[in-house]
Design a protein around this ligand. Structure first.
Ligand code: OSB
Ligand code: MG
Length: 369
C-alpha cells in the first residue's frame, strides 16, 4: 500500500448530554478525523485528543499541528504492508500518541478493506459480541445521577461506571448501592486524589466496586502500588498506561489488577494489542475505554474489544447516548442484553456518512506526497 494523501478534518459535534469528569465538563466534541488515501482506498481514523490538555497533555490543536508538520510527512509517499509498519515510521517523534494513533488506525482501516477481511479479525480478535458498560459523568444532583443509572440499566447495560471526585464520591456510591445492591459498579477518579487520601479511599471498599479507575496521579505506578496494597477494591489504570512496557512495569509493581485500554492513549492499534497481550500474560483482565468518540473511533473500539483478554464490559456504548446523529451507518447499537453484535463484513463494517461529515466539518486540510 502506498500512502498517497492524508486528509484532516475537524467536526463540531454537540453531545446529547454534557459529560463531566473530575477535570471538567464537555458540551460538544471537536472531533478530529484522519483519512489515509491509499491506492484508491480510504482508511479512516479518529484522533481522540481532548479540546483541552486535561485528560492528557494532548489536545486537538496540538495533534493537528504535529500531524501536519511531522507525522504526515513521515508517511506520505511511503510503501507499507500493514498498519503494523506505522509505529516505526513515526518513531522519531516522541509521545503524541493520540495523533499517531489516528494515523495508524486509519491505515489498519484501509488495510482491512484492501485484504477484504473484518478489521477485528486483522487485529486478532475472536469475539462475536462484546459486553457493554456505560460511563456516567458527574451530574448537577444525586437524583439526576440515579435517574441516569436507572435509564442505562433499563437499556440493558451490564456495568455502570460513575465519575467521582472529592465531594462527589462516598455519598454518591452509598446511594447507588442502597438502591442497586447487586449491579456491577465501578468508579473513575481521573486522578482526582493523592496518597494522602488513603483513609478516604479505603471507605470505597464498603461498596463492593468492580474497580476504582485511576485514583492517583496520571503518571504514577509507585503510589498506586502502595494504595493497592491497602485497598480491597481492585485498582484499574487508565491514564498511567501509555505502552506495553508501562503495563509490564505497573503489573510487576502490583499497581493495578485491571487495565483500561484505549488505542489512542497508547499510540495506536499495534501498541493496544501489545498492552492486551502483556496483561493476558499476567492474567490481568482488560476492557476497552472510550473517549466520547464519534462513530469512526467507536467502530474501531468495537473491533479492538473482540480480542480474547477483553474480559470485562467496556465503555463502548451506543452512538445515541452521545450523538443525535452519528457519522456512520449503521450507528453502533446495543442489545437489550447489553451487547454489541460484531459484523462479519470486511473493514470497519460501518459505512462513513460523507454528506453528514461534510455538513459538520469546520476545518479541512489535505496533505499530499
Ligand atoms: O477516563 O475513561 C475516561 C471520557 C473522556 C475522557 C476520559 C474518560 C472518558 C470516559 C467516557 O469515561 C467513556 C466513553 O466514551 O463513554
Ligand atoms: Mg478513565
Amino acid at each position: 500500500m502506498k500512502i498517497d494523501a492524508i486528509t484532516l478534518r475537524e467536526l463540531n459535534m454537540p453531545l446529547v448530554h454534557f459529560f463531566e469528569t473530575s477535570f471538567g465538563r464537555t458540551y460538544a466534541r471537536r472531533v478530529m478525523l484522519v483519512t489515509v488515501h491509499s491506492d484508491g482506498l480510504e482508511g479512516w481514523g479518529e484522533c481522540v485528543a481532548g479540546e483541552q490538555p486535561y485528560y492528557s497533555e494532548e489536545y486537538i490543536e496540538g495533534a493537528w499541528d504535529v500531524i501536519v508538520r511531522y507525522l504526515a510527512p513521515a508517511l506520505l509517499g511511503q510503501k507499507i504492508d500493514s498498519g503494523r509498519d506505522i509505529p516505526s515510521l513515526l518513531g522519531k517523534v516522541r509521545q503524541h500518541r493520540m495523533a499517531k494513533a489516528a494515523l495508524e488506525n486509519a491505515v489498519w482501516d484501509a488495510e482491512a478493506q484492501e485484504k477484504n477481511v473484518p478489521l477485528w479479525q486483522l487485529l486478532g480478535g475472536s469475539r462475536k459480541e462484546i459486553a457493554c458498560g456505560v460511563s456516567i459523568g458527574i451530574q448537577d444532583s444525586h437524583e439526576q445521577l440515579l435517574q441516569k443509572i436507572e435509564t442505562e440499566l433499563d437499556a440493558g447495560y451490564q456495568r455502570i461506571k460513575v465519575k467521582v471526585k472529592p465531594g462527589w464520591d462516598v455519598d454518591v456510591l452509598a446511594k447507588i448501592r442502597q438502591r442497586w445492591p447487586d449491579i456491577l459498579l465501578s468508579c473513575d477518579a481521573n486522578s482526582a486524589y493523592t496518597i494522602n487520601d488513603l483513609p478516604h479511599l479505603q471507605a470505597f471498599d464498603a461498596f463492593q466496586l468492580l474497580m476504582i479507575e485511576q485514583p492517583l496521579w496520571s503518571d504514577d505506578f509507585y503510589f498506586h502500588s502502595k494504595l493497592q496494597q491497602r485497598l480491597q477494591t481492585a485498582i484499574c489504570l487508565d491514564e498511567a498506561i501509555r505502552s506495553s512496557r508501562d503495563t509490564a512495569a505497573a503489573l510487576e509493581l502490583g499497581a493495578a489488577r485491571i487495565i483500561n485500554i484505549k488505542a489512542g492513549r497508547v499510540g495506536g492499534f499495534s501498541e493496544a494489542v501489545a498492552v492486551h497481550d502483556v496483561a493476558e500474560r499476567f492474567n490481568v483482565p482488560v476492557w476497552c475505554g472510550g473517549m466520547l468518540e464519534s462513530g469512526i473511533g467507536r467502530s474501531h473500539n468495537v473491533a479492538l474489544s473482540t480480542l480474547s483478554n477483553f474480559r470485562l464490559p467496556g465503555d463502548v456504548s451506543a452512538s445515541k447516548r452521545y450523538w443525535k446523529e452519528d457519522i456512520i451507518e449503521p450507528e453502533v447499537t446495543v442489545s437489550p442484553q447489553g451487547t454489541i453484535a460484531v459484523s462479519d463484513k470486511p473493514g470497519r463494517a460501518y459505512e462513513v456518512r460523507r454528506e453528514l461529515i461534510k455538513e459538520l466539518t469546520v476545518r479541512e486540510e489535505t496533505l499530499r506526497a
